[in-house]
Ligand binder design. Structure first.
Ligand code: ZN
Ligand code: ZN
Length: 285
């Protein structure tokens, strides 16, 4: 078997959905050269995430999620945070990002000093999927209203909006980026917005326009964080569920890390893959 890649230092994956057992979690990390991870956990599985942290106290922190559309979400997440969860996410519900269901969660997040990781989807990936956390175009007002809440943006509509032209017939737009996109502006204007580079959405955004991407990564070098959101089992691409061309049969962690390595200066690569997350989550190597 190929040796795992080395990325020249510790690597934090901020988008690691809790897998079926601890060996599979560790297997994916070791196979892709990732050393630390934020475990994204549905609140009922908090206990499983806690067990992983007991076994590897330095490697993991955990977030908890609940469906914001359900009235009980606020109580569930408050209890998870009191129990040691360090953030909310990912939050992926069929609601508006600035609607009452989400606002009550932002209030809790700001009160408890934890970030919220949000899935933005306004173009269906398949018919009937619906939309998630709609209203990216209204985010400036929201970021102003919640200066004490740290928002981490993720998913296809967040990344589609690096461009000022956003086709509404594909979640993964291709080709040159028209300067002046909403995501680029929001990251520049609001200290409480960060970006999660995970998934095919992040990988696709990085691949569109290398000249734009190099500048984008340099511009927001203190605001972007590597994540995988990978469905492969071993950090080598085995069992990858996505058929999207950039990641089909591959490990998203490896692909995105390789892209970042080639597009960012070494000191920026360290920030994106470790320093920014380490600071936000007070992790140690
Ligand atoms: Zn997502
Ligand atoms: Zn993988």
């Amino acid at each position: 078997m190929q040796p795992p890649p080395s990325w020249g230092g510790p690597v934090l994956d901020i988008h690691h959905h809790l897998r079926r057992d601890i060996d599979t979690d560790i297997g994916h990390m070791e196979g892709s050269g990732v050393t630390h991870a934020v475990l994204l956990t549905r609140a009922p599985a908090d206990e499983q995430a806690r067990q992983r942290m007991e076994k590897y106290p330095k490697k993991f922190i955990r977030f908890s999620s609940a469906d914001a559309a359900k009235p009980e979400a606020a109580d569930i997440l408050r209890a998870s945070l009191k129990g040691g969860s360090r953030g909310m996410g990912e939050l992926k519900s069929h609601v508006a990002v600035d609607g009452p269901e989400m606002r009550r969660l932002y209030d809790i997040a700001s009160e408890m000093g934890v970030p919220v990781l949000i899935h933005f989807g306004e173009v269906e990936q398949y018919p009937g999927e619906g939309t998630f956390n709609t209203g990216l175009r209204r985010m400036a007002a929201l970021l102003k209203q919640y200066p004490k809440t740290t928002f981490i943006g993720h998913a296809d509509f967040f990344w589609g909006n690096i461009s000022a032209e956003v086709p509404m017939d594909t979640p993964y737009p291709k080709g040159p980026v028209k300067r002046g996109g909403i995501t680029d502006k929001l990251l520049a204007d609001f200290p409480n917005l960060y970006g999660d580079l995970s998934a095919n959405s992040g990988r696709n955004a990085l691949a569109r326009d290398p000249e734009f991407t190099a500048g984008f990564l340099a511009r927001h070098q203190n605001k972007l964080m590597f994540g995988s959101d990978c469905s492969c089992s071993d950090g080598r691409g085995t069992g990858q569920a996505s058929k999207q061309p950039l990641i089909a049969g591959k490990c998203v962690a490896r692909e995105t890390l390789a892209a970042l390595k080639s597009l960012a200066k070494p000191e920026v690569f360290r920030k994106l893959t470790w320093e920014n997350g380490r600071k936000m989550f007070q992790m140690t190597a």
